[in-house]
Write a protein that binds this ligand. Structure first.
Ligand SMILES: [Fe+2]
Length: 363
């Protein structure tokens, strides 16, 4: 996260950690003037219009709580509110979406029982290794008012597993649509792979498909759910032009793979035409998350100005791993047609599957 001219490293289990942008040195924890009452999770969302930042985080202990957060854009104050977990069990919640009105928090039935939580607090196991998939439970969408952080609706749907939410928006009829990278296979097999990642294989069951859920907040029901763009390849780390965060949007970008293994393509999904286009990485090269950076034009003031109306006019910046040289490379693609723009070789490799962030040099 880049906030108030400071880079922060984020994780599920603690506060933001300030990082020196030049030296990458770890500096200090940031607690929003001691207002932070929980962890500050890794996927905060900034509303493109109000500039408010929303996030969630868990306060760990015998009785864990899920805190919602809103950072005021003018005075930078932090407003927090705890809400109950579905099923009253500690759930693994990694990401959420915002619309103009709501925070939308998907919760999979991947929980820690109270007994396992006590054992992990006592040091007999890690919290991460205490999660289990609850076969007889459903998934939930918690819909929260952005203004008050009060729960508006909780909608139960058939169980699904996901880490990342792509985007969401309000519909004219008051319903909301949410786009989620849903795992094709069971969660626990994927988690076991992460536990032994150097000696595991990523099967197609561990890839995601992009699914759109339409949620009726008044009746607390999911009216439809469907996989978008049937020609899309297996994916994770789906991103959009953030100008359209929480708004009706058209394009999704992600690393992609059509066979077991690591991401060897990038894809652009057009939600209007339901068609996808692809960029194929060279043999032995594997993709990570990309970041959409809007293309700028020279305005009359001779100042660079982004073109927010043209959703797919920009660049995808990403870091790929080249297994031939055991080094990473920065790769830039044109976001309109996924054509190659340029690349820069790094003298070393960057650990695979980091999220990405673009920080503009304004000096
Ligand atoms: Fe993530």
């Amino acid at each position: 996260m880049y906030y108030k001219n400071q880079l922060y490293a984020l994780c599920e289990g603690g506060p933001p950690i300030a990082i020196n942008l030049t030296t990458l040195e770890t500096q200090s924890k940031y607690t929003f003037n001691q207002q932070l009452k929980s962890a500050f999770s890794s996927h905060p969302k900034q509303d493109p219009e109000t500039k408010e930042i929303f996030n969630l985080g868990i306060s760990f202990g015998i009785n864990c709580e899920l805190y919602l957060m809103k950072i005021n854009s003018t005075d930078n104050s932090l407003f927090t509110k705890p809400i109950p977990f579905p099923e009253d069990l500690l759930a693994f919640i990694h990401d959420f979406a915002i619309t103009e009105k709501y925070m939308i928090i998907p919760v999979s039935p991947y929980y820690v029982s109270q007994w396992d939580l006590i054992k992990s607090v006592m040091g007999f196991n890690t919290v991460g290794n205490s999660f289990k998939w609850y076969n007889n439970s459903n998934s939930h969408f918690i819909i929260v008012e952005k203004d008050t952080l009060d729960i508006k609706s909780v909608i139960e749907v058939p169980p699904f597993s996901a880490y990342h939410v792509c985007n969401a928006y309000d519909n004219i009829d008051g319903s909301v649509s949410v786009f989620i990278a849903r795992h094709k296979g069971p969660r626990e097999a994927l988690e076991n792979t992460f536990r032994n990642i150097l000696h595991s294989e990523f099967t197609q069951n561990m890839q995601c498909e992009m699914v759109k859920y339409d949620l009726d907040i008044n009746s607390n029901t999911c009216t439809t759910s469907k996989v978008v763009a049937s020609d899309a390849k297996g994916m994770e780390f789906a991103v959009i032009n953030d100008v359209f965060l929480g708004r009706n949007f058209r394009y999704i970008y992600s690393p992609a793979v059509s066979a077991p293994g690591y991401f060897n393509h990038y894809q652009k999904i057009d939600l209007l035409t339901e068609k996808s286009i692809f960029y194929d990485l060279p043999a032995g090269c594997y993709g990570n998350e990309a970041f959409f950076v809007p293309k700028k034009h020279k305005a009359e003031t001779n100042k660079d100005v982004a073109s927010p109306c043209n959703e797919d006019v920009g660049y995808l910046l990403t870091c790929i791993y080249n297994s031939n040289s055991h080094c990473s490379e920065m790769l830039i693609l044109d976001a309109t047609d996924l054509s190659y723009v340029g690349s820069a070789k790094l003298p070393h490799h960057v650990p695979y599957s980091f999220h990405t962030l673009f920080v503009e040099n304004t000096t």
